[in-house]
Write a protein that binds this ligand. Structure first.
Ligand code: C2E
Ligand code: CA
Ligand code: CA
Length: 626
């Protein structure tokens, strides 16, 4: 009860954030000038009200004296402010005295309390409050005639001191509210109302000071936000940011701070270690994966999250935490976005190495360092090769072979992927056409398309051009896309895929099952083939839950009249289970690794792998094995 009350009170009171030095100095100079002018004017008033010259000088001097301390260099700001405050209040007391307690003279106190609140600091504000209360209470009792201007107060000074005190207090509360609101305005993000960067840094510093345990910061960046802004306009972008802010807020615990750092970057401060924070981050990825409706159209949100905790830093500072979280976030982007990456030592070097790779990507197509390898796709019914998937390889002059998983996300970000993708498309269609001619059988070709390529307005034309140049019939070309293509604008992507299908090419959903809401997307995307992700296939036959999952994907695909390709088949056991489940096609090291075209023999019909007794056991047994 009491701690809760204290927390509530703390929320209402200003935090007493210190003003930036130049702002404070400007305000202080003005207040000092006012104090000096008041001293001079009151000296004149004293003479006019009949005080002796020496007395008038003494009185003006008393008002001016504290100013000496207020302007001393190398004195703490709080002391300077307290001294200036003393001068202002001395002026009020003198005025009331000279006016024989005239009620209107008391108004001066109110003005001074307001003036002092400009310091936005508890010390001068507290000094002002205490002095006003003591003056009214104590002096009002001792010398009622020089404090109060009417007889009622003279006869009952304590009661009237109370009345005056209450008004001063009320005025002070009004100033406190203004102070607090001004503070908030400088600490809140205008669009989302979340904490801004300043507030986050301050909250982090405070937490690091008071908490001995681990503190964690998450840094989130919306993936491809620029595309949303470009495609749907800034108002849609703003709505998206608002939705992100609200969903993030829904994932944290009371006490955690969600901030918008600017643009499409958010941060979350968590008073806990990386394990708890990791769970919160995972929750956020899930919470954001549900598309938001903007102007009645769904818009997918994906974010890259970097996590850094005090457990992986030597110095507990907000700067280091945020920098590390930023590096981890950068790695999350580089690893393909829409994921959580935890900061680890050596990330700074890794980031540097990435920057160098990005530089090397410019002009890579012309350099002749790229090659396309081909991996066969097998019909499980007869073991024959029905086609190939084109997989890109980069032979870097100093680093050797750079895997596509490493450089394709970078090529995406840098925009090089569009040019690279066209080159792969040309190579692969040429190769498939050549093999088709050689073997006299239609050899299919699958080419991977990244989200950026699909967002490119010219993708349909590029595919049409590649088909025309190579002479490959469109039905022999499959374009593979992941659910990642739905990141920006679902409708636009669906339109592009439809346009591609109109050419006659087929669309495959790659890495199926790894997205967050695969099943709902599957109904939305115009597709012909589903490729079951390697991670599920690899678990087949180990007794894990994957068999059920793979079985239901195959079932679902069949009901939607889609072909199924199981990826990453490495063992006879996996092969056998897939046959049991009546999966139509497969790909994997068991059947053939990706290799240069010269090392493939597309004409050869493979001997089917030895069948397990599964076929005779029937499919029902396959399901019940799980
Ligand atoms: P992906 O499209 O899912 O390609 C399958 C990946 O799994 C390939 O990795 C392949 O070598 C690997 N793989 C195939 N069978 C097996 C297996 O039995 N066991 C294991 N452990 N792995 C297997 P790779 O060639 O390193 O490519 C990685 C990813 O890079 C691809 O994943 C694809 O998303 C992307 N990629 C490759 N080439 C291109 C391209 O030309 N354009 C675009 N946009 N992306 C590409
Ligand atoms: Ca693929
Ligand atoms: Ca795949």
């Amino acid at each position: 009860m009491l701690p809760r009350l204290r927390d509530r009170l703390n929320q209402l009171l200003p935090e007493g954030r210190l003003l930036p030095d130049e702002v404070w100095q400007r305000r202080h100079r003005t207040i000092v000038r006012i104090a000096l002018v008041q001293a001079a004017v009151l000296g004149v008033v004293a003479l006019l009200t009949g005080e002796a010259v020496q007395v008038a000088l003494l009185e003006a001097g008393a008002v001016a004296l504290p100013v000496v301390v207020a302007v001393l260099p190398r004195v703490a700001r709080a002391v300077q402010a307290a001294a200036a405050t003393m001068s202002l209040l001395a002026a009020s007391m003198l005025l009331v005295y000279l006016m024989h307690g005239l009620t209107e003279a008391h108004f001066h106190f109110f003005v001074m309390v307001g003036l002092v609140s400009l310091y936005q600091d508890w010390v001068p504000f507290g000094v002002a409050l205490v002095v006003v209360l003591i003056h009214h209470g104590v002096l009002g009792t001792l010398f009622p005639h020089s404090v109060f201007g009417h007889s009622a107060a003279h006869h009952n000074p304590w009661a009237w001191a109370g009345v005056h005190g209450a008004f001063v207090l009320a005025a002070s509360l009004a100033h406190l509210a203004a102070w607090r609101l001004n503070e908030q305005q400088g600490l809140r993000d205008q669009l989302t109302g979340l904490a801004n960067r300043t507030m986050l840094v301050e909250a982090t510093d405070r937490l690091l000071q008071h908490r001995t345990g681990a503190v964690t910061v998450l840094l989130l960046d919306v993936d491809d936000f620029k595309d949303v802004n470009d495609a749907r306009g800034h108002d849609a972008g703003d709505l998206l940011l608002l939705a992100v802010g609200a969903r993030l807020q829904g994932c944290v615990r009371p006490g955690d701070v969600v901030a918008r750092l600017g643009g499409d970057e958010f941060a979350v401060l968590i008073a806990n270690g990386p394990t708890t924070a990791g769970k919160i981050a995972e929750r956020m990825l899930v919470a954001l994966s549900d598309p938001v409706q903007i102007d009645g159209r769904p818009l997918g949100i994906r974010v890259s999250i970097g996590l850094a905790s005090t457990l992986t830093t030597s110095d507990r500072s907000s700067g280091t935490l945020l920098r590390n979280a930023d590096l981890a976030m950068y790695m999350a982007k580089a690893q393909g976005k829409n994921r959580l990456v935890r900061y680890a030592d050596g990330m700074a070097q890794a980031a540097q190495s990435k920057v160098e790779l990005v530089e090397d990507l410019a002009g890579v197509v012309a350099s002749g360092q790229l090659a396309v390898h081909y991996q066969p796709t097998i019909s499980l019914a007869d073991g024959g090769t029905t086609g190939y998937e084109a997989l890109l390889r980069w032979h870097h002059p100093t680093r050797g072979l750079v895997p596509p998983a490493e450089f394709i996300p970078l090529a995406e970000d840098g925009g090089h992927i569009v040019e690279i993708g066209r080159w792969v498309l040309a190579q692969a269609t040429e190769q498939a056409a050549a093999w088709t001619r050689q073997t006299g059988r239609p050899i299919d070709m699958a080419v991977n398309l990244s989200p950026r390529q699909l967002a490119d307005d010219d993708v349909v034309q590029a595919v049409a051009d590649a088909l025309a140049a190579s002479g490959l019939p469109a039905r022999q070309l499959t374009l593979e896309v992941t659910e990642g293509v739905l990141m920006s604008d679902v409708e636009q992507v669906v339109d592009q895929l439809r346009a591609l299908r109109t050419l006659g090419v087929r669309i495959a959903i790659d890495d199926f099952g790894t997205g967050y809401s695969s099943l709902s997307y599957l109904r939305r995307l115009p597709a012909d083939i589903v490729k079951i992700d390697r991670s599920f296939v690899q678990e087949l036959g180990t007794g894990g839950p994957s068999t059920t999952l793979v079985a239901s994907i195959i079932e679902l695909a069949r009901s939607l009249h889609l072909d199924v390709v199981a990826e990453g088949v490495e063992t006879q056991e996996q092969h056998a289970v897939l046959e049991e489940l009546s999966c139509s096609h497969a790909q994997g090291y068991l059947f053939g690794r990706p290799r240069p075209a010269a090392e493939q023999q597309p004409g050869r019909v493979r001997i089917p792998a030895p069948r397990s007794s599964a076929r005779t056991r029937g499919r029902a047994a396959g399901f019940s094995a799980t």
